[in-house]
Write a protein that binds this ligand. Structure first.
Ligand SMILES: [Zn+2]
Ligand SMILES: [Zn+2]
Length: 258
């Protein structure tokens, strides 16, 4: 059995925990260490319960506190060469932390959890996203991607659960207070997925095994949960209430893949 929960999701910090057998991994570590500890406790976990941390990319809301948390709790980090270099360039790569380099397309196993990284277009040095599996069930996670690609579609097809970025509503983004350069970055090909882009991506996937869909990385300024839910529900032809939302403050409670 594979299960997962979200500690937090959004531009102020992201972290997800996946568990299979006795193995637990943290996927991204963008919250302050004390906040991460408190949110793990909310899920019945302590940092010592983790086998390590997977990092998607160096942006502060994902990799910002990864080294600090790893150093404090003696956890290894898995990250690409580019992500490690970028964090080192920002002075965040602390000596003494065990880092294991991953390749954008090479799967590896950590006890009972199969980890499949996959490459995405996003404005970071060498970003990846992940599909996690216990060998039978697959959890696909996608945040921070500017444009869905054929490779992304192939990786997220036939998943049992999806955590899918719904960053913004284009009208709210356009009318909002962000400076023009930031609006263009967010909506651009290396920025973030809008609700409509996520809806079209979801509609294009093989959804034959899909039992959980969670909207994630919603902008608190440029989106609303009900808009993200409505978009993904349209792609699925389901009730809006069936679509989950992982939020910045609450995250998402445990979901089990059976
Ligand atoms: Zn992000
Ligand atoms: Zn990012």
């Amino acid at each position: 059995m594979l299960r997962f929960a979200v500690l937090a999701s959004g531009s102020k910090g992201n972290a997800l925990v996946a568990e299979c057998g006795g193995t637990r991994l943290l996927l991204d570590c963008g919250l302050a260490p004390r906040d991460t500890e408190q949110r793990l406790a909310r899920l019945g976990l302590a940092p010592g319960d983790l086998a390590g941390i997977l990092v998607t990319h160096e942006h502060g809301d994902h990799g910002g506190c990864a080294y600090e948390f790893a150093a404090h709790h003696r956890l290894p980090l898995w990250l690409t060469h580019g992500t490690r270099q970028a964090l080192a360039g920002e002075g965040k790569a602390l000596a003494g932390v065990v880092t294991r380099l991953i390749e954008g397309r090479a799967a590896f196993a950590l006890d009972g959890i199969e980890v499949q990284p996959y490459t995405v277009p996003h404005d970071a040095r060498e970003p990846v996203q992940f599909v996690l599996s216990d060998g039978a069930r697959r959890l696909g996670v996608l945040t921070d991607v500017g444009t869905p690609t054929a490779h992304v579609e192939a990786m997220l097809s036939r998943c049992d659960a999806l955590v899918l970025e719904c960053n913004h509503d284009p009208d709210l983004l356009r009318a909002g207070a962000y400076p023009r350069w930031l609006k263009e970055r967010i909506a651009g090909p290396f920025g973030h997925l809008s609700n409509g882009q996520s809806e079209r991506l979801l509609a294009a996937l093989d959804r034959s095994r899909l039992a959980h869909v969670i909207a994630a990385h919603l902008s608190q300024q440029n989106n609303r949960p009900e808009l993200a839910r409505a978009s993904l529900a349209r792609a699925l032809g389901c009730k809006e209430s069936w679509v989950g939302v992982a939020t910045q403050d609450e995250g998402l409670g445990w979901r089990e893949l059976r």
